[in-house]
Design a protein. Structure first.
Length: 234
């Protein structure tokens, strides 16, 4: 397990909570160097650490995305007291983050989170060919986030059967195609909620949701609040 945390006391706390083989990295560049070696990590625990001159919150988002670019199959657990609540999680959707916990998390809560999201120990990472193929699908989905793209079409792009593509996508992305597309749409929706004055219905349609109730339900389930509440807080 890779722990990225600048604070010495917090690193010791995380090591105690995990009670397993832990590799420490004090900063983002060191973490990226370790990941590039190909060491078989099962999970990344990432504290919001400074990265260059970026503010803490922006640095965390930047580092999460860099980790996902290198190893999209690795689940990430973020420890952050970023304010306002919910914004950080919204910004790192579809970037490998499986949980976002407060820095004052208890040992039991952190251990439960790790046990729930970590890859099974000893699981081999996906092959380079599969990773390259799925990364091309990532780029395509990002460009067409507001459109309905079927499994058949994506499998054809990857030159795989639908069942093989589904398994390959899950192995590389760490989640199913359906959940990844949902997160991409929610990520787009939160950007529109913050940066535009579009109605909630228009935000839903622009983000690829087929109606407002569907959008509202997905938003609440993933981010713990309604789209209207999110907009009012940000």
């Amino acid at each position: 397990m890779l722990v990225v945390e600048a604070d010495d006391r917090m690193r010791r706390f995380i090591g105690k909570a995990l009670g397993d083989v832990v590799v420490d990295a004090r900063n983002g560049p060191r973490a990226l160097t370790l990941l590039a070696t190909g060491l078989p990590f099962d999970v990344v625990v990432l504290g919001c650490v400074p990265f260059g001159k970026r503010p803490d919150h922006a640095a965390c988002v930047h580092l999460v995305r860099r980790v996902f670019q290198l190893c999209p199959w690795l689940p990430i657990v973020v420890l952050s007291d970023a304010r306002p609540p919910g914004r950080l999680m919204a910004q790192v959707l579809a970037s490998g983050v499986h949980d976002c916990l407060p820095r004052k998390v208890t040992v039991a809560s952190l251990a439960r989170s790790i046990a729930r999201v970590a890859r099974r120990h000893g699981t081999r990472p996906p092959g380079a060919g599969s990773v390259a193929t799925v990364k091309r699908i990532f780029a395509f989905l990002e460009q067409h986030v507001g459109e309905i793209v079927g499994l058949h079409d994506l499998a054809a792009m990857a030159q795989m059967s639908r069942s093989h593509f589904s398994r390959t996508f899950h192995a590389v992305a760490g989640m199913s195609l359906r959940h990844y597309v949902r997160d991409l749409r929610l990520k787009r929706a939160q950007e529109l909620l913050v940066a535009s004055r579009l109605s909630l219905t228009s935000v839903a349609v622009e983000s690829g949701f087929y109606d407002l109730p569907h959008f509202d339900k997905a938003f609440r389930q993933r981010l713990g609040m309604s789209p209207q509440q999110f907009r009012s807080r940000h």
